[in-house]
Design a protein around this ligand. Sequence first.
Ligand code: C2E
Ligand code: CA
Ligand code: CA
Ligand code: CA
Length: 275
Amino acid sequence: AKEGSRGTAICFALEHEAQLRSHAVIEQALRSADLETEFSLVYQPIMDVVEQRVDAYEALARWTSPTIGKVSPGDFIVVAERSGLIRDVTRALLRKALADMAAWPMEVSLSFNLSAHDIASSACRADIKDIVRESGVAPDRIIFELTETGLMRDLVDARDALSELKGLGVRIALDDFGTGYSSLSYVHKLPITRLKIDRSFVTSICEDQASLNIIRAIIDLARNLGFSCVIEGVETTDQMLLLRSAGCRFMQGYLFQKPLPREEIEALSGVAAAI
Ligand code: C2E
Ligand code: CA
Ligand code: CA
Ligand code: CA
């Protein structure tokens, strides 16, 4: 009987969770969300392992809804995209991130995720440009990350939209490279400056020589095309050493640091004292 009741409890919990995460419920909570207070950003460093310093902090969104609790970006970004709310979320978060940068050393950049839906709208591009200009942050300290799957829907439009943004003086990174229909053959058609290699490649490099060879080939090609490469999801020292010997300069992952709120990264990098 005890076993049975526990089973029921687990079933109820799972059902409850599935309900919380249903798109309709998330969308409803998102529509009534106060973007200023419910949303926050955590930051994860992109390390330059050659210079042994932080190259950039990637801003990652966090949402705690007063009605449905914590929702991960993996769940709410798609809902925000489908419901057209993403642009409001992006604008609010970009303002926040650029304000947070005031406490960072000048040589540290911001890497900020944009949705392909954001840049597809000329009004949203105009807003992004205004927000960057009004912030007073030097545009070359800003990297906009876009996933390749989002951009592939319309390559020509994506190219033009990215060129317009790049005209501000910001840099553009292609995120999650190696997932979806990725191909290096179109990458040179986009005005990007950086590739972020998806962490699915990293997980197997210690056991599987082929994965490391693929990473090596991507790094070589990226270098020839004039891009920098970031390897995502580095979790162990063995992975880091292997990747460094393969020529990887920029790495990101739990080995170096998990995403943290701004107060904690400021304390770690010793910049809090400077404010
Ligand atoms: P992403 O841009 O590829 O970000 C990397 C994700 O991997 C983050 O998850 C990060 O916390 C996680 N991660 C970092 N290092 C490691 C590691 O060593 N191992 C493992 N297993 N995971 C690691 P997170 O924060 O849950 O974000 C998920 C995705 O949601 C992001 O993937 C990005 O596509 C999207 N996202 C997050 N914030 C924003 C945002 O402000 N705007 C937009 N448009 N998308 C966002
Ligand atoms: Ca990213
Ligand atoms: Ca990524
Ligand atoms: Ca991702």
